[in-house]
Structure formats: structure tokens, C-alpha cells
Design a protein around this ligand. Structure first.
Ligand code: SF4
Length: 284
């Protein structure tokens, strides 16, 4: 896929013409903090919001509203002639669009897909509207807090994967000659989003998607508390497992959680699983 890297000072037709074309036919992921935020904006519990409006266990918004632009279905939150019904709580992907965010070598880059500015196709009228620099657009869309939320959940993902590694490499499992664990990581990385979610035990699904955290304003506090709840549960459930079979199962559960969080922030579980398997093999 061709992407165009942008400078913060680049001036682009980033003013929204409010035709709603970009709320049709997209994939919008939400991390657990975004899910709680969007559910609050909808005045629903996260459980009810997931049941009504999400796929893949609460990490993707359903797009099965009325057919519109290019015969594509609208987002479940889109209301014809009104716009986004959860504007205050909309996730980062919607705030950034048509921009994307890439992290390479710990540097954040803002990009758009293709060589041409994406809005020109569905919204040619944007050329008649005032231009924004990338920096002005990010400020206007209040992306900072939501970008921090993505980075916080990147850290949560890494910590969950670290436990999967520990359960494999530091427990005697790898030393026993077991390679089934890595095969299972590979299966999880290659499974469909629904299969991956179904693999996660129901009590872990609940802790991952509906953690009991009241304070929503600050994604860093939310993700920190969430991680602690997950670490406490890992300690409770797996802190005293001893058989190789139990260790293998525990490592697979932690890997499935890491991959689910990865998908919720828009990362690719397949390539991550491949990378983690290679890393584990280097330590055998
Ligand atoms: S959440 Fe709102 S802005 Fe985002 S795609 Fe759905 S309707 Fe559009």
C-alpha cells in the first residue's frame, strides 16, 4: 500500500464538508478506553454498547447502518442528516481521518493512504473550503488525549505478551522441548477476529472489555488501572500453575489477550505473532 508521509506544517484541505462519506464502509477499531468513552457518550453501559454496536468482542464498531456513499453501509453511530451520534466520544481513527498515525523507531508519523489526498474522491468540495495544516487539524480534532490512549494500550499489549513469554521461557516449558506453545501462538495470530475472541476465556473477556474502572477522563490512569487488574488476574490464575499442560494453556491465554489488544489499536496480530515467535525461538 502506498502511503504519503506528512509534515506537521503541510497545508491540506482538511476541513470536513460534513457529507458523512467517511462514516461509510470503514473499519473503526476501539481500544478498551475508547470503548468506555464512546459508550459513555452514548449513555450506555459498555456491555450494552458492545452488544448493540460492536463486532469482534468490543474492539470494532459495527458498520451496518443505512446504505449510502458508494453503496456502503454507514457506521452504527451515524445518523442521516445529523452526523455522528457520539461526536464527543468518537475514537482516534475518526478524529484523525483522513490521516493515519504510524510509529516507526519510536517516532510518530502522520500519513494518508495513496498519493492523492483521500477526501478528494468522495468530497471534492473540500478544495473550496479553508485549508488547515496537519498540526492545526490535530489540535482542532483534540487528538492528543486519544493518541496517548493508543500509546498506553500499546504498552498494555507488550506487558501481556511479556507474561506469555515468561510462562513459556522462564517456567521450564521451553526447556522441556515444548514447541506446541509457539504453534498455538501462531494459530492465534492467524485466526479470524471472532475466533481469537472466542479463544479468550469468558472471565478474561470480561476483564479485558469491561474492567471495573470509574474514572474515564485520563487514558493513562485508565490503562494503568486496567493493566493492574489484568496483572492481578494473571497472578491469581497462573501464579501457581506447575504442569506443562497448564503452563502452555496459560501462555496461550496471555498471548490471545495481547493479540486482542493489538487488534484494538489497529496493529496486525499475524505479523506480531510471527515476530514474537521468532523472538522466543532466539531465546531457546
Ligand atoms: S464513530 Fe462517528 S465519526 Fe466515527 S465512523 Fe462512526 S459515525 Fe463516523
Amino acid at each position: 500500500m502506498i502511503v504519503t508521509k506528512l509534515k506537521l506544517s503541510d497545508s491540506l484541505p482538511l476541513t470536513c464538508s460534513r457529507t458523512g462519506t467517511c462514516c461509510h464502509g470503514k473499519t473503526v477499531h476501539v481500544n478498551p478506553w475508547e470503548l468506555a468513552t464512546i459508550a459513555k457518550a452514548k449513555k450506555l453501559s459498555t456491555q450494552d454498547f458492545v452488544n448493540q454496536f460492536c463486532d469482534w468482542g468490543g474492539i470494532k464498531l459495527k458498520f451496518e447502518g443505512a446504505v449510502g456513499y458508494k453503496n456502503q453501509n454507514s457506521c452504527s453511530q451515524y445518523i442521516e442528516d445529523f452526523g455522528c451520534s457520539v461526536h464527543e466520544g468518537r475514537p482516534l481513527a475518526c478524529r484523525l481521518y483522513p490521516l493515519g498515525r504510524q510509529i516507526q523507531n519510536q517516532q510518530v508519523h502522520y500519513i494518508h493512504e495513496g498519493k492523492e489526498f483521500p477526501c478528494l474522491e468522495g468530497c471534492p468540495v473540500v478544495t473550496e473550503l479553508p485549508k488547515f495544516t496537519v498540526e492545526e487539524y490535530l489540535q482542532d480534532q483534540s487528538t492528543k488525549t486519544f493518541e496517548r490512549g493508543q500509546d498506553n494500550y500499546l504498552e498494555v499489549m507488550q506487558q501481556l505478551a511479556d507474561i506469555a513469554f515468561e510462562l513459556y521461557l522462564d517456567s521450564g516449558l521451553a526447556q522441556s522441548g515444548n514447541i506446541e506453545t509457539l504453534n498455538q501462538w501462531s494459530i492465534l495470530g492467524n485466526s479470524t477476529p471472532d475466533e481469537l475472541f472466542q479463544f479468550i476465556p469468558s472471565d478474561w473477556q470480561k476483564e479485558l472489555i469491561h474492567p471495573e474502572i470509574k474514572e474515564l477522563k485520563n487514558p493513562t490512569d485508565f490503562a494503568t488501572q486496567h493493566l493492574q487488574l489484568l496483572l492481578n488476574k494473571a497472578q491469581h490464575d497462573f501464579g501457581s500453575v506447575t504442569t506443562l499442560e497448564e503452563l502452555q494453556q496459560a501462555s496461550a491465554v496471555m498471548m490471545s489477550l495481547a493479540l486482542q489488544v493489538a487488534r484494538s489499536i489497529g496493529a496486525d496480530p499475524k505479523s506480531l505473532a510471527e515476530h514474537w515467535i521468532e523472538t522466543a525461538q532466539l531465546h531457546l
